[in-house]
Design a protein around this ligand. Structure first.
Ligand SMILES: [Zn+2]
Length: 296
């Protein structure tokens, strides 16, 4: 019989959980609000409630992809202000004790990368990079078929790569990070600063397509900054693919060909030869899939 595991995705607004079979089928998906503002212990309670809904006796383990940085023992190292007291929670250990099953925990974009590696865009390639363009900018690097976790689990924090010394302030407290230019929030902030009008991401993209000059300029700058980030990554890792995910990636569809061209112009021939920038195809389920792959 094929093995099944639980794959959980702990995000800022909701926790998504799935029963995943070894061949990458999502057998059941359920969601519960994260309610992160009530603190880390509350998030853990929500997580357990969702696990209990999905759990059955054939489950061989629980894999988790969560917001925040996770060390190699499955403890939360740090998280953004939207996740108070999530940092410090020994998630892996507490769930292992509670459920008497193998539990593995990684950062959510690292789980996305594992999902792509085993079941998605990364299946046929050994070297690729995932970039999650949402409220923030998350990243994960797969090199020679292996997810790079680093000495403390925090490798691939691509959003906090400096692309402009002394540049815009990043939520992490530093200045000039890629996230300060290439996140969905950065896009909204830039638009508001320039026009004094608040628009949502999809509205800004629509305005640009309808020929509004401000929106058009801001999207072009956004893409140019994203390209700068991708070009640096290409120079370091020589990946075959850069896989874009997250809310902004959907809106970038019409710009994808242009992004590919711009990146190729910025990198060496060797770095650009095999490189394509693509969009993740398994929306919604990729993090649970990758998380579950940790316990198969
Ligand atoms: Zn930063």
């Amino acid at each position: 019989m094929m093995k099944t595991a639980l794959g959980m995705d702990i995000g800022g607004t909701k926790i998504r959980g799935a029963i995943v079979s070894e061949d990458g089928s999502l057998l059941d998906i359920k969601e519960i609000p994260t309610e992160a503002r009530f603190g880390g212990e509350h998030v853990l309670t929500q997580l357990k409630a969702l696990i209990d809904q999905l759990m059955h006796k054939e489950i061989c383990g629980i894999g988790i992809g969560t917001a925040g940085q996770v060390n190699l023992n499955g403890e939360i190292l740090s998280a953004t202000d939207t996740f108070p007291n999530w940092s410090g929670i020994a998630l892996q250990k507490r769930l292992e004790i509670g459920y008497q099953l193998p539990v593995r925990v990684v950062n959510d974009v690292q789980a996305m990368a594992l999902g792509e590696l085993h079941f998605g865009e990364g299946k046929m390639v050994k070297d690729f990079i995932c970039l999650a363009l949402g409220t923030g900018v998350g990243g994960a690097v797969v090199a020679e078929g292996k997810l790079i976790r680093g000495s403390n689990g925090a490798a691939g924090e691509i959003g906090h790569m400096t692309i402009r010394e002394g540049g815009r302030k990043c939520p992490c407290g530093k200045k000039g990070c890629l996230e300060a230019y290439a996140s969905g929030s950065a896009l909204l902030d830039l638009y508001k600063e320039r026009t004094s009008v608040s628009k949502t991401g999809p509205e800004i993209f629509n305005s640009a397509l309808n020929g509004e000059l401000n929106a058009h300029t801001i999207i072009n700058e956004y893409i140019s900054n994203l390209v700068t980030g991708i070009a640096s990554l290409a120079a370091i890792f020589n990946p075959t693919k850069v896989i874009l995910g997250g809310g902004v990636a959907d809106a970038l569809d019409v710009y994808l060909a242009g992004i590919n061209t711009e990146v190729k112009q910025k990198v060496s021939d060797a770095a650009g030869l095999n490189l394509t920038i693509v969009k993740s195809k398994i929306n919604g389920g990729i993090i649970p899939l990758g998380a579950a792959s940790l316990v198969f």
